[in-house]
Structures are given as C-alpha cells and as structure tokens.
Design a protein around this ligand. Structure first.
Ligand code: AMP
Ligand code: MG
Length: 412
C-alpha cells in the first residue's frame, strides 16, 4: 500500500537529491533565461562620477544664484570633460549624463535660466546645493553584490551585466531530460486517430514546457504501449538523462505497470502517492546513476499542473536556481470553491479585473481529463488540504503559471 504524502512533503523528499550541473560561459546575447553561476559585483561605483541629471548649467553653489549674472566659461557634453579655474560668478553649460567637473557642485536646469543681452546667464529660481547631480556611487558602491549566484537572468539583468563589463557570463548547464509517454491507447498528433485511440498530448506539452524554460538537452522517447518489455527498454534509454519524465501507467489499474518496470530498472522509489488533486498517483524515484524519475498520471490536466507545481522546482534547482518554488499571489476568490479531494487541490482559474479589484475565477471543468478547459487559464489557485469549501471573497494563493498578462482593453 502506498501512503499519500502531502505536496510539501513530496517536494521536500525529492529536492535534497537534486544535483546541480557544471558551469559554462555564454555571451550576453544568450544569457536571458539562464541561471547565473557566480556572484556579479560592481567593478566601479555607479554612477562612476558625479553625473548631471539635467540639461542646464553647473555652478559653485553660494545660495545667491538668483542675484548674480553668470558668465558661461565652457560646455561639457556626455563623455566629454572640462577643467579650469572658475570664480563664483562662472558657470558651465552641461548636458544630462556628463561628468560635473570640479569645482562645480550644483546643476541648475535650463528651464530656470535666461540668457541676457550681454551673453550672461541669470537664474530665476533658488536651488539647493548639490541639486540635479547624481553623486558618485549613489546607486551602488564598487565591490558590492549586484546579482547573486542562482538568479534566473532576465533582460533587465542583462542591463546590469553589461554596465559592469560582464559580457561572457558564467551560467549553470541545464540537466538533460527524457520524455516518455506510456499507454496502448496513444497515437502521435500526426497519426490519424480512430475508435478507442487518442492522441498523445502530454509528451508534446512537456516538450513545449521544457523548451519554454530553456531546457535544450531533451530526448523525446515517443510512445510505448502498456507492455512490460517495451516499457523497460524505453526506461533504460531514458535513464541516461538527468531527468526522466513519464506520463501514464502509474495508477492502480491492471495496466499501470510503470512503477514495476521502474523497479526492474533499479529505480529507487521515493514516493508514489501525493495528497493532491489533480493527479494523486505521482511516482518519484532515483535512478542507479543518481537521476530523477518522475511518473505522472496520464490525465493531461494533472500533467500540466504538476509540471509547474512539482517538476519545475526540481528542474530549476538542478539548473542552479536559488528560487525555484512557485510564488503565489494572494488574491480574493470571485465565487466560492469546493475541494472534495481530501488533499490539496490546485484549481484552474483565470484572473478577472472588476472595479479596480482583481479576483480569481475558477474555470468550469469536467475534471482532470478536461485539458481544453486550461486554454483560458492564467494559473491555478490552492485549496488547502482539509478545506472543503472556501467562500467568495476568501483570499487564496494564486500561482500565475500560464497567464499571458496582456490585455485587449486599452482603458484599464
Ligand atoms: P493513466 O494514468 O495511464 O491511467 O491515464 C489516465 C488518462 O489519461 C487516460 O484517459 C489516458 O487515456 C489519458 N492519457 C494517458 N496518457 C496520455 C497522453 N500521453 N496524452 C493524452 N492523454 C493521455
Ligand atoms: Mg494508461
């Protein structure tokens, strides 16, 4: 008898055996979507010099700027420089981004200036000492940590990497992943399906989801019928990879022989039942070579949900990420929701905005076989284990695992 563990226990029992990969270097163009393998520090102060934050005039502050006519004794453009002596009645013309040269310490924006008939400048408003200058090191001090090891890099990180001269960036290699579908009822999408046969959607979902997360070392093993020798032989192929993801055949039906076949291949069982809906029968194990084997139930919605809620954390951890658990957003429910599963339930939902408030709306579904219902989903929300009903307005944990957060409505 397999005892059901909680979703949290399931993750906690597999995560410790996940190993990270080696480090490789990629150039800036390829770094978004990769996971940083070394801390990135500031190689200089940011800003690296006192920087004019406005177009205008640099003066030596005295507090009497509105009383004086100023003589313009030079100009500094970004990237340019100026040096010389300046008296209290001298100023230089300066542009945004330029270094403010000594002895100047204050920039008065061009909007507060008037050039008089004699070619002098007068200022028409008071200024504070240091106005409109970003001080050297005000954002970041040289040597401080900018991006930590294990960060999943996005385009905005690329801006930081560029600014500190990191153009060949150490990132973690991704683990290799094998995908196998089991089920005698399965045909590939390019085959004509008739009678009791259905098309394999799980594998192609998994391949697409892996690609979306940046996994490129992926081996697709195809479909195998519910026949022991064939399953065993395909499992053996898949065990060469760091991860083997199977779908189908892990439940309690007569033809659900995948766990037995895995055992025959030397896979050590870690768990085989998780108190979670959809998809209670989930198998997780460790291969003789230290790889991770996950057997998902065949139900397509369970495969989709568990890829994000259970497998993705493992894959991200194996890729060196320090933040790999799904991050919930706490939002109110649009309508009451029920959980008759006796475990934790992840319910497919979309976000609705109404009168300045965003609510989580359950998507009506016929159950975990109804994968078409996921098409309009933004993610899932959680009904905790032991909770049978949540009232409308109750704050739930919503996981935005699918959403495209664009709108067709211009007046939001
Ligand atoms: P199983 O976990 O093998 O009992 O399968 C549960 C349900 O999921 C059955 O209705 C299967 O036909 C269906 N199913 C299994 N594998 C796939 C697959 N690769 N693609 C789509 N549906 C599947
Ligand atoms: Mg099956």
């Amino acid at each position: 008898m397999n005892v059901a563990v909680t979703y949290e226990e399931a993750l906690a029992s597999v995560l410790p055996i996940v190993r990270t990969q080696e480090v490789r270097r990629v150039t800036l163009a390829d770094v978004a979507g990769e996971i940083l393998a070394r801390d990135v520090m500031a190689d200089r102060n940011i800003p690296p010099f006192p920087r004019a934050a406005m177009d205008g005039f640099a003066v030596v502050w005295s507090g009497r700027e509105v009383d004086l006519p100023y003589r313009v004794i030079g100009t500094v453009n970004p990237g340019g420089d100026w040096s010389g002596n300046a008296s209290g009645a001298d100023c230089i013309r300066i542009m945004t981004g330029a270094r403010v040269p000594p002895p100047f310490d204050t920039v008065i924006q061009v909007e507060l200036s008037e050039v008089d008939g004699g070619g002098n400048v007068r200022f028409i408003g008071p200024v504070k000492r240091g106005a409109n200058i970003a001080e050297e090191g005000e954002d970041v001090r040289k040597g401080s940590l900018l991006i930590g090891t294990g960060t999943l890099l996005s385009p905005h990180h690329v801006a930081t990497l560029s600014s500190v001269g990191q153009w060949e960036v150490p990132v973690y290699k991704r683990p290799s992943v094998a995908v196998l579908a089991t089920g005698s009822e399965l045909l590939e999408p390019w085959e004509s399906a008739q009678g009791p046969m259905i098309r394999n959607s799980n594998s192609h979902f998994l391949l697409a989801a892996l690609k979306g997360l940046g996994f490129t070392d992926v081996r697709y093993l195809g479909i195998v019928p519910d026949e022991r020798e064939q399953i065993v032989s395909k499992i053996r192929e898949g065990l060469d990879c760091d991860f083997l993801l199977l779908s189908g055949g892990v439940s309690v039906g007569d033809v659900d022989i995948v766990p037995d076949c895995l055992k025959e291949c030397g896979v050590r069982k870690i768990l085989h039942k998780v108190a979670v809906k959809p998809g209670k029968p989930i198998f997780a194990g460790e291969s003789p070579g230290g790889g991770i084997v996950i057997g998902l139930p065949g139900n397509p919605v369970a495969v989709m949900v568990h890829f994000h809620m259970f497998i993705r954390p493992l894959l991200l951890k194996a890729s060196g990420a320090t933040e790999y658990l799904p991050k919930p957003i706490h939002l109110p429910l649009a309508k009451s929701a029920t959980n008759k599963s006796g475990g934790k339930k992840f319910t497919i939902a979309r976000l609705e905005s109404n009168g300045g408030e965003t609510r989580v709306a359950e998507i009506p579904s016929h159950g975990s076989g109804d994968f078409v219902s996921a098409n309009g989903a933004d993610g899932v929300f959680e009904i905790p284990l032991g909770t049978v009903e949540l009232p409308a307005g109750h704050t739930v944990r919503f996981y935005p695992i699918w959403g495209n957060f664009f709108s067709g409505d211009e007046d939001r």
